[in-house]
Write a protein that binds this ligand. Structure first.
Ligand code: DGL
Length: 234
């Protein structure tokens, strides 16, 4: 059984890729809706929630957990890996593929404030900031919009303009979606950004990494899978 969790519904953009790649597996998706959004919360708060959710998912029989949340990955994944005996897959800030393929030398990253403060992101930024100019924006209001199921329309367009117009003005040719809620808004982001901008969703790469790790575990376990998904909310 594979556990997948997020502060809310955003992680379903990762679940979708996992199911596309490994449809025969059994999944439990946990949305921590009662504590969403994570973006502005302290790392300790997010670690406490990560432990509670990990214990819930392990009690349900999960043998691997995908932290389908960039903010939770930034705050808690090292702690989880040190304290629990199962593999954890986290979200990667996809700055590297954006930086490597940018022609204008300018890339935009949209994420929560918690993700921007994370060590993983800061290390990646330090590695690539000499080669490309990185324009960061917190996606203010976007998580709330997706949680409310509002995925298009005037209100969404305004929020997205506020976030990406400064990136476009600087000539960004890649925009990285550094929060798992944002792929739900990808069609609007692409429409506003136009065809010369590539929008990068790291979820397919994370699903491929989960598959590699799972193949390692499976060598030991006989298969009793049925291809199911169960959903829980806090
Ligand atoms: N979906 C999350 C992420 O990838 C969390 C957003 C939030 O709860 O603020 O960062």
């Amino acid at each position: 059984m594979i556990g997948v969790y997020d502060s809310g519904q955003g992680g379903k953009s990762v679940l979708k890729e996992l199911v596309a790649l490994m449809p025969q597996e059994d999944y439990i998706y946990y949305a921590d809706t009662a504590h969403c959004p994570y973006g502005p919360r302290s790392p300790q708060y997010i670690i406490d929630r990560a432990c509670a959710i990990t214990e819930f998912l392990m009690d349900k029989g999960c043998e691997m957990i995908v932290v389908a949340c960039n903010t939770a990955t930034a705050a808690a994944i090292s702690y989880l890996r040190e304290h629990y005996p199962i593999p954890f897959i986290g979200m990667e800030p996809a700055l590297k593929p954006a930086a490597l393929s940018s022609k204008t030398g300018v890339v935009g990253v949209l994420a929560t404030s918690g993700t921007f403060k994370g060590r993983l992101y800061l290390n990646t930024l330090a590695r690539f900031s000499e080669e490309v100019k990185v324009i960061q924006r917190v996606g203010e209001g976007l998580v709330e919009t997706v949680e409310a199921g509002i995925l298009d329309g005037e209100q969404v367009e305004k929020l997205i303009h506020d976030c990406i117009d400064p990136m476009l003005a600087e000539g960004a040719d890649h925009i990285v979606l550094g929060c798992t809620h944002y792929p739900f808004l990808q069609p609007v982001i692409e429409r506003i950004a136009g065809p010369s901008v590539t929008v990068i969703n790291p979820a397919p790469a994370v699903a491929r990494q989960a598959k590699r790790v799972l193949e390692g575990i499976k060598k030991m376990e006989p298969s009793t899978r049925k291809g199911s998904i169960e959903y829980f909310n806090s």
